[in-house]
Write a protein that binds this ligand. Sequence first.
Ligand code: F6R
Length: 588
Amino acid sequence: MCGIVGCIGIENPVDYLIDGLKELEYRGYDSAGIAVKDNNEIKVIKAVGKLKNLEDKVKNVKFYNPEFGIGHTRWATHGKPTEINAHPHVGKFSAVVHNGIIENYQEIKKFLQKEGIDFISQTDTEVIVRLFEYFYNGDSFEAFKKTLEKLEGAYAVLLITNSDNKIFFAKKGSPLIVAKGEGIYFASSDAPLIGYANRAHYLEDEEWGYVNENEIILFRKNEKISPYFKELPASKESAKKGGFRFYMEKEIYEQSDILKETTLGRNTPNGIKFDELDRSFFDGISNIIISACGTSYHAGLVGKYLLERDAKIRTNVEVASELRYRAPLLTKDTLFIVISQSGETADTLETLKMAKKAGLKTLALCNVDNSSIVREADKTILLRAGIEKGVASTKAFATQVMTLWMLSNYLAQKNEYDAINEAIEVTKVDISLHEKIKRLSKRYLHGHGFFYIGRDIFFPLALEGALKLKEISYIHAEGYPAGEMKHGPIALADEDLYVVALLSKNILYEKTKSNIEELVARDATVLTISSEYIEMTDDFVKINKTNHPMVEFFEMMVITQLLAMEVAIRMGNDVDMPRNLAKSVTVE
Ligand code: F6R
């Protein structure tokens, strides 16, 4: 998730831009940059890596009369994290920063190239500034308006131009705030603004306009409106957590928006598109091996169900720490997929090297561009989850499953455009449901352990639900195939055994229901999650009715994440930093 800042009407805009970018560091980035109007010239400074690199470069630039500027931290989605791909992107006399994805950028780029306009970066963002300059004939307001009319996708945009003392802005799908203090400020979240501004207008989609030194000219579509100011939060730390108690909670809540980013430009009404892949990459492939660890392994297991059922490709999923020390049969008709949030997990990386050595085609599903895994793999699909701060993975898991779902659609040439969008919708947290989970979590604190049960894709979700709970609550929990309980574990059933039953209406409903009955009959304390009300269990959490199991999956996923978090909070644990765990496991 990239970050944006901007300001005008203050003595030293460079200070705010750098301070503001520092406040956005927690969101993760791989490069950063600023553009400042200084004595009729737009000065652009960019650096790859730590913000300190940018700060050092900025110190060596002489500013004479800095008037206003924009800045950006980038998390690569299109194109590598290089200085050229870093924002701001510049044309001949203007500069732009952008969050989100311009879905039709290739179309616009082709058009402009035919008109003789050259591009220097691989990003979607560059088309904005090039288009603006193409439309410019003395009136920057009109040129900006025309530019917006052509853009499809999601964006928060700030644009400055040499010919006007204004910052142009627009928001659709990505967050942007304009705020007033001594001057006028922009940021993509509250944290940079605190201490500089006191009142903020949180832009809505389709709002756009410009600011000069003392006023904000704001439009919603074509109608001129007045800003609606709110007080900014008082503390930076709580602003970074978006007002949530923990980063994990924030990350659970942002999943629906994150999934929009993951699917943007990929899930289209005409089917799945991956700019990063060519269909010929899959020529000669009749098997898939997926290698991963922990949560990423669970996502891989969901992938197996989907790839075999829909794409009809034999798929095996392997725990990387096992795979690397066996003597697996790696045949050249196998595509080797690694899944990793961090891109640095040692075991996963080693299996990738092993597969490459055996001459297999390799594909990484990864959240961090330029990570060791991305550098090693032949091809990568970036997950676009933004930085994940909570040690217990939530949003990265959601993006991994979503990417595997899209990949299986892509290989099966199947179009589930509407179901994917429905899944994104149900991932939005319902506050009253969260309240219910908070309340019922108190029943589940002191038993002798948990079983999460499910069948088909709900079995890996059961594994993941159990992992989430044990990581942060330190209560023993296991995920089990619902039909397998009677082959042993049911011996543990009594009222102090807690069971979370994932009861899909769409897959093996009656069979899973019977498995729940077997546990109820042995007095286990059962919480059922389903769209079909069943009376027999102790607790019931209702999800929406749908005829697609993946939509049920995503809604149940959120509930299991919230349950784990609420139990852990009641136990008094630090949800974001559970004991004994690290976010990135770079040792064996
Ligand atoms: C659990 C969790 C871990 C990771 C595992 C692999 O919440 O986060 O199980 O999934 O360590 O990490 P990545 O995906 O970075 O390879």
